[in-house]
Write a protein that binds this ligand. Structure first.
Ligand code: ZN
Length: 321
């Protein structure tokens, strides 16, 4: 149609926004100007045109994007797990680039509220000279202080969700008991119905206050803010109600934070998993499902404990949007 009109009346007379408006410019002003000037308006809105519109937005600079979404994600350093053995994960030393593991926490800020994903190693125990535990795991900065540096105190955080209850994810959970806790039913049961007070994997005292938290208990996906931008996805196996998080950031693009579905990236490359999985069969199914979801959504996968990937991440107060 555009070609026909251009041929008939000239290219400077026919205007088609998909071809003419460059990504990153204020398209509303350009379209408004052309609407004011035009004598004949032919509006065709097709799926293809909408796709091009979204692509244009993705390429836009921050100022333009923020008018359509205030979604952003901060990453915090919630400790380092030192000197983990690749053999525990059925890997060899040469298959693993770093034996230390990162332990990040994430704050997702949405126009309708905020979500803290993970709470890391317990600040009080691990922030000690020489570290804590048999491998001297360390916390250099408390999660609270890192949140405060970007203007957040616990009472300002709407939702708390963790991939699972282990001590490197639930270490400071009690501090966020006033937030609404989003948890898979199977995980909540594992945490409170037959809890082991203290196991090598974690200490139930660090999350005991969640028992009386306002909770959203789910058996499956949960769309946190109701617009598809932030979705909790069940990925059971590592623990009975282990979950991952999908975040659809406007500029960075879609990404998945996979908790402990994988630890070392080599588990994904070589199809290995730790011997100590609660349910190995479930982990295999969860991995397959999540990989399909990642492919379908063209999402990045962030393996949270991957130290090599973590070193490339920009930490708070910088943020992803
Ligand atoms: Zn972990």
């Amino acid at each position: 149609m555009y070609d026909l009109l251009s041929k008939q009346f000239g290219r400077d007379v026919a205007f088609m926004d998909v071809n003419t408006v460059q990504p990153g410019v204020d398209f509303t002003r350009i379209i408004e100007r052309h609407l004011r000037e035009c004598q004949v308006l032919l509006a065709i809105i097709a799926a293809v045109a909408i796709g091009a519109f979204v692509e244009g937005l993705d390429a836009a600079p921050a100022g333009v994007r923020q008018t359509t979404s205030g979604l952003r994600m901060y990453v915090f350093n919630c400790g380092t797990l030192k000197d983990r053995s690749p053999q525990t994960y059925n890997l060899t030393r040469d298959q693993v680039e770093s034996v230390d593991m990162a332990d990040p926490c994430f704050l997702i800020v949405h126009p309708r509220g905020s979500l803290l994903w993970e709470t890391g190693l317990n600040d009080a125990q691990y922030n000690t000279p020489g570290g804590f535990g048999p491998r001297h795991d360390i916390v250099e900065k408390s999660l609270k202080s890192q949140l405060a540096a970007v203007g957040y105190t616990a009472d300002k955080i709407t939702y708390l969700a963790m991939s699972h209850w282990h001590g490197d994810h639930a270490g400071n959970a009690n501090d966020y008991a006033a937030s609404t806790w989003i948890v898979q039913r199977a995980e909540q049961e594992a945490m409170f119905q037959a809890p082991a007070a203290q196991t090598p994997a974690g200490n139930s005292a660090t999350f005991s206050a969640l028992k009386s938290s306002k909770a959203i208990v789910v058996d499956g996906d949960h769309d946190v803010f109701g617009d598809g931008a932030v979705i909790v996805k069940p990925t059971p196996g590592h623990t009975p109600g282990h979950q991952s998080l999908f975040v659809k950031l406007p500029r960075t693009g879609p990404l998945v934070l996979s908790g402990d579905l994988y630890h070392f990236p080599a588990e994904r490359t070589f199809g290995k998993m730790p011997s100590g999985e609660a349910e190995r069969g479930q982990t295999a199914v969860s991995r397959q499902r999540l990989e399909e979801f990642i492919k379908m959504n063209k999402a990045q996968l962030w393996i949270q404990h991957d130290m090599i990937g973590y070193r490339k991440i920009k930490l708070a107060p910088q943020y992803y949007e």
